[in-house]
Design a protein around this ligand. Structure first.
Ligand code: FMN
Length: 175
């Protein structure tokens, strides 16, 4: 059976993205990790931050098949906690003892859950994430986007929640 984890970052835990992600998680039984609650410091070329919460989180991430990145669109891009998380993945490409674990990202599926105030997420936002998945050898599994111009409402975004839940619960092609 496949497994999933959602890595969520927003400037408010129970704002639009948090509610959207929580509704998806409730429907599909996915654990949501609030990156803002963890102590993950920005990328350091000298790796003087290896004692923070990043590597323990990555151990959990490397144990699942589906990795969901959940973020609002802030200035065409991801939220700061999500950006810090993505930058820190470079540790798994740089640090010799982490390289083998980094290669375990290959073949996993990456998904996007996001909110903005338009009908769809900007291409810069989605592109940065899909290109990152591709660089890491991951497949892009799909995206759920909610237009929150009028705020978030479960009833208005019900079909998106259901579609994404079907997607994430679909059997892996390799199993
Ligand atoms: C700092 C900031 C930048 C934003 N930039 C964009 C943007 O570039 N494009 C967009 O469609 N919405 C933008 N928005 C609107 C948010 O994407 C939208 O309100 C989102 O649902 C907020 O989610 P949250 O409640 O999790 O923060 C921005 C909001 C903020 C606070």
């Amino acid at each position: 059976m496949s497994s999933a984890i959602a890595l969520f970052g927003s400037s408010r835990r129970h704002g639009n993205t948090g509610q959207f992600m929580d509704d998806i998680a409730a429907a599909s039984g996915i654990e949501v990790v609030d990156l803002g609650q963890l102590r993950i410091s920005p990328y350091d070329y000298n790796h003087r931050n290896r004692d923070d919460d990043f590597e323990p989180l990555m151990k959990r991430v490397l144990d699942v098949d589906h990795i969901i990145i959940a973020s609002p669109v802030y200035w065409y891009s991801v939220s700061p906690p999500v950006k810090v998380f993505l930058d820190r993945i470079s540790d798994y490409l740089d640090i010799p003892e982490l390289l083998a674990d980094g290669r375990r990202l290959r073949g996993k599926s990456g998904y996007i859950v996001c909110t903005s105030i338009y009908e769809s997420a900007p291409t810069s936002f989605a592109g940065a994430l899909t290109e990152t998945f591709g660089y890491l050898g991951m497949q892009f599994g799909g995206m759920a986007h909610a237009n929150c111009r009028e705020g978030y409402s479960r009833s208005r975004h019900e079909s998106g929640i259901a579609a994404f839940t079907r997607l994430i619960n679909a059997p892996c092609p390799s199993t």
